[in-house]
Design a protein around this ligand. Structure first.
Ligand SMILES: *[C@@H]1O[C@H](CO)[C@@H](O)[C@H](O)[C@H]1NC(C)=O
Ligand SMILES: *[C@@H]1O[C@H](CO)[C@@H](O)[C@H](O)[C@H]1NC(C)=O
Ligand SMILES: *[C@@H]1O[C@H](CO)[C@@H](O)[C@H](O)[C@H]1NC(C)=O
Ligand SMILES: *[C@@H]1O[C@H](CO)[C@@H](O)[C@H](O)[C@H]1NC(C)=O
Ligand SMILES: *[C@@H]1O[C@H](CO)[C@@H](O)[C@H](O)[C@H]1NC(C)=O
Ligand SMILES: *[C@@H]1O[C@H](CO)[C@@H](O)[C@H](O)[C@H]1NC(C)=O
Ligand SMILES: *[C@@H]1O[C@H](CO)[C@@H](O)[C@H](O)[C@H]1NC(C)=O
Ligand SMILES: *[C@@H]1O[C@H](CO)[C@@H](O)[C@H](O)[C@H]1NC(C)=O
Ligand SMILES: *[C@@H]1O[C@H](CO)[C@@H](O)[C@H](O)[C@H]1NC(C)=O
Length: 541
């Protein structure tokens, strides 16, 4: 009896000493953070399994009652870095103890108009042993424009600077904290975070070895602007006009699309696998055809509005600048455009960004938005947010790797953009498909909405989605681990298996799995097996 007790005591003693060492290190670095131009706001040593309050968080980022799960014994630093005489970005570092650190860094991006730290991805990262970092991209809040008014440097932070600063700071801080340089540096982000990643790979190709880029809002201006153009095309803001398509009509329109197109991919599951391959004629929904009843059917003017809603965006000079919205997707951007009978877009980014960063005018509203407003924004390019992202040649030549994924039911950033961007990079770099696949792989997820959610088997270790399924932490089911396996073992991901859970509770009961393929290969049901099993899906060209 005495021996186990003794060794337990010894073991405990070692654990306590190790922890004490990390606590001391945390305090000593926290007291004097070794990052140029930085100010520490808070540091503390936290134990795995605890929950922390994040009381400084603004409302649009989920505050002030937002909490985070501590996913490892770790040292947390909250600090700011001055980026110009009139701007600073806030950063957080979550540094797991040396004994659990996997030797890697994981930096994260933002969503929407930025302004919120991506705790979800940081929690996942620290749980896997990454030294994990997050940033507010230079302002607090995902709604608002005041922070951009007359603040070109704050716009620069959001537009192109904060992720690069985060990369440099993360490397320096990890070095100081662990006494060793990180072996590899990764980035994971979704939506605006995907755009930030591609932009960073172009501007600062040495920052990251591997990048996981979800539902990327590449060409950020047009992604945002498309919402304004489409609103105008369906009659907005004239809610009483005969061309305006009313919110309650949209679910019926999408249902009709699914009814007509779902089965064409071989499986009737409510999912149109490849929406960009189809056309839909809204004429079938005109009043009198009996497809929709008198309260939902379309007038001839509304038929024209719906047709235009699914057409690409063309610049004032006649060039296609943004691909069409996807059939079968939720249509919040078409339908959430009034409040108490007054025209108002619930998608706030367009008003916030054009107000604060493009026009520097508190009173600007999008009711008259048109292609000229896009062209003007592109011409002044606030914060240099619009970059020649397609030129990824330096990132390619240095051996960087990108895994990107995009839901085919993305209601915020049409997935056609990812397809167009992939072929655009290929043309810009003049690469064969094999060369492309040696550094950049794109996976489409049919039935996934923006970044996560939807009818499809969408869970693949998505950025911005906490937690990970602890039973599927492998390179087949988790895209971040697949990325590490690619960067460090040289094993490129041929496929990724997505998982659907009962009630979308990650880690709960699995209801379906599906194999996804590296574009331009597509995933097809083999026509034999259970369509809810990953093994029943194969990659075809
Ligand atoms: C953001 O909020 C933090 C408190 O969480 C504050 O310290 C910081 O100054 C704010 N940053 C800006 C740019 O307002
Ligand atoms: C923004 O507008 C304010 C108020 O009209 C003006 O004072 C300021 O110079 C403008 N700043 C820029 C960068 O245009
Ligand atoms: C639109 O119609 C509603 C009900 O028919 C009416 O109350 C409202 O005043 C009209 N709005 C405009 C801007 O004409
Ligand atoms: C029209 O159809 C919708 C959806 O099926 C239903 O909710 C609504 O009550 C119907 N309206 C009429 C006037 O029949
Ligand atoms: C709509 O009504 C709610 C509740 O009365 C109010 O809080 C809100 O400001 C109104 N919105 C608009 C755009 O008038
Ligand atoms: C956009 O609207 C403005 C007026 O608000 C008009 O001067 C301009 O010609 C319009 N541009 C296009 C491309 O329709
Ligand atoms: C593109 O690559 C092909 C084959 O590698 C080569 O023959 C061709 O000249 C290149 N085109 C350009 C524009 O560089
Ligand atoms: C890299 O390869 C080793 C050896 O096969 C394996 O144990 C490890 O899990 C791989 N890494 C990843 C991230 O899959
Ligand atoms: C999983 O399924 C079982 C059996 O139907 C059920 O009791 C349990 O609550 C489910 N778990 C979750 C997380 O939904």
């Amino acid at each position: 009896m005495s021996l186990p007790t003794l060794s337990f005591a010894v073991f405990l003693g070692v654990a306590v000493r190790l922890a004490a060492c990390s606590v001391d290190k945390c305090a000593s670095l926290g007291a004097q953070i070794p990052v140029p131009n930085s100010t520490i706001l808070m540091y503390n040593y936290l134990l795995n399994g605890t929950t922390i309050d994040l009381p400084g968080t603004v409302e649009s980022c989920g505050g002030p009652n937002l909490k985070a799960n501590v996913t490892a014994d770790l040292c947390r630093f909250v600090f700011t870095v001055t980026t110009s005489p009139s701007s600073e970005i806030q950063l957080e570092a979550w540094l797991p103890d040396s004994k659990t650190w996997n030797g890697r860094i994981l930096a994260t991006g933002n969503g929407g108009i930025g302004g919120c730290i991506d705790y979800a991805t940081m929690q996942n990262g620290a749980g896997l042993g990454f030294a994990s970092f997050g940033t507010n991209s230079g302002h607090n809040g995902s709604v608002g424009y005041e922070f951009f008014l007359d603040q070109p440097e704050v716009i620069n932070d959001f537009g192109h600077r904060s992720i690069h600063v985060e990369a440099e700071v993360s490397k320096e801080l990890a070095h100081q904290y662990y006494g060793a340089r990180a072996t590899k540096t990764y980035y994971a982000g979704c939506s605006t975070g995907g755009h930030q990643g591609f932009q960073n790979a172009h501007l600062h190709p040495k920052d990251f070895d591997g990048m996981l880029l979800g539902s990327p809002g590449i060409d950020w201006f047009r992604v945002v602007a498309s919402k304004g153009i489409i609103a105008r095309r369906i009659g907005w803001p004239h809610l009483n006009s005969s061309a305006y398509v009313r919110p309650e009509q949209w679910p019926a329109i999408v249902e009709a699309q699914i009814r007509e197109l779902d089965s064409l991919d071989g499986v009737t599951d409510g999912i149109i696998d490849e929406p960009t391959k189809h056309r839909f004629n809204p004429e079938s929904l005109v009043c009198g055809t009996d497809l929709l009843n008198s309260s939902l059917c379309l007038s001839p003017q509304q038929v024209e509005s719906v047709r235009r809603a699914y057409e690409p965006i063309v610049s004032a000079s006649g060039q296609i600048v943004y691909p069409a919205f996807e059939l079968g997707s939720r249509t919040d951007v078409f339908s959430e455009n009034q409040e108490n009978g007054t025209a108002k877009l619930s998608y706030t980014i367009i008003e916030d960004f054009w107000r604060g960063a493009v026009f520097n005018n508190t009173y600007w509203t999008p009711e008259n938005f048109n292609e000229s407003d896009i062209d003007f924004a592109v011409s002044i390019n606030p914060g240099r947010i619009n970059t020649a992202e397609k030129d990824l040649s330096s990132f390619y030549h240095r051996g960087g790797k990108i895994i990107t994924y995009h839901g085919r039911n993305d209601e915020a950033v049409t997935s056609a953009l990812s397809e167009q961007f992939f072929t655009g990079v290929q043309a810009t770099l003049n690469l064969t498909l094999q060369d492309m696949h040696s550094f950049y792989r794109l996976f489409f997820l049919p039935g996934m909405r923006h970044c996560s959610g939807g009818l499809g088997a969408w869970s693949i270790g998505n950025a911005q989605k906490y937690p990970y399924d602890k039973t599927l932490l492998d390179s087949t089911h988790n895209a971040l681990i697949a990325l590490v396996n690619w960067v460090e073992n040289g094993t490129a991901p041929e496929t990724i298996v997505g998982t659907k859970y009962e009630n979308d509770l990650i880690g709960g009961n699995i209801t379906a799995q599906r194999t996804y393929c590296s574009y331009p290969m597509v995933s097809r049901w083999d026509g034999i097996g259970d369509a809810n099993l990953a093994t029943s899906w194969e990659c075809v060209l």
